[in-house]
Design a protein around this ligand. Structure first.
Ligand SMILES: [Zn+2]
Length: 268
């Protein structure tokens, strides 16, 4: 390159607008025109390229493995990171959603409830079958009485905490005989506690299993789509409740109680 050309190059460079590289690029393009085409582009050494891409891939791999590890660790921990589901109760749901043995249940819409006895309501389809069942039992000389039916979450809260405290029961002990609020079959409007009209002293007691009413229910309740929720040694680990029956004669009821059935099928 001649001294003249060098002088022009430096003039062009200095005449470039402040902060702009346009002049410089034009000069380089001009210089490049003097170089034989074959020599203009110099391939990158393959070692450097593979090192760079190897670094990028290993970074990508580490990030992928890292996020998978975080997801694997945090997934099962999620229930433990969220606040406990029932305020005032320091217990958390297991992987299947159960809290101290009880599955979570939604509260029945008020409009879906009808009266089955003074002060007691059930969902309409459950109510119709219960009334038919009571009539059939009465025809056999057995008096089946409703002790408790639909309970909203607020009433369940009272029964769980306040009655539990009156009885000096810890939440864990209380949960064996009463579901925490939001986890009671009674809130679905499909569950009912039944007694024997001839032997009210057995109400809500395991001695109810010695009554004619219980024997009749064992033999006939399935015809009316009722079944015992908590038989002895039930897979949920809830205390034996011979008085507590749930209706499963509709698609909605069946789907609500499916997790309980699934647990029963999973265990030997
Ligand atoms: Zn009950």
């Amino acid at each position: 390159m001649s001294p003249r050309a060098t002088g022009r190059d430096s003039r062009e460079r200095s005449s470039a607008p402040n902060g702009s590289t346009r002049g410089l690029r034009a000069t380089r393009a001009g210089a490049a025109a003097d170089i034989p085409l074959a020599r203009r582009s110099r391939p990158q050494p393959s070692g450097k390229a593979s090192l760079g891409s190897r670094f990028r891939w290993s970074l990508f791999g580490s990030l992928l493995v890292g996020s998978l590890a975080v997801a694997l660790v945090l997934g099962p921990l999620r229930p433990w990171l969220a606040p406990p589901p029932v305020s005032g109760l320091n217990a958390r749901q297991g992987a299947d959603g159960r809290l101290l043995g009880h599955f979570p249940y939604p509260e029945a819409p008020v409009a879906s409830l009808v009266t089955v006895a003074p002060g007691h309501q059930l969902r309409e389809e459950a109510a119709q079958e219960l009334l038919a069942m009571q009539r059939a039992a009465a025809d056999d000389g057995v008096q089946i009485r409703v002790i408790s039916a639909f309970r909203n979450v607020a009433l369940q809260r009272h029964l769980f905490f306040e009655v539990g405290a009156e009885r000096n029961q810890s939440p864990e002990v209380r949960a064996r005989v009463s579901a925490p609020p939001g986890f009671s079959e009674h809130s679905t409007g499909y569950a009912v506690d039944l007694g024997d009209g001839e032997r009210p002293q057995t109400n809500l007691s395991t001695s109810f299993e010695s009554t004619e009413a219980f024997a009749w229910l064992q033999a006939n309740a399935a015809r009316f789509h009722y079944q015992l929720s908590f038989p002895a040694n039930n897979p949920q680990g809830v205390s034996y409740e011979p008085w507590h029956w749930r209706f499963e004669g509709s698609t909605d009821a069946l789907s609500l109680f499916e997790p309980a059935h699934r647990l029963g099928r999973a265990l030997p």
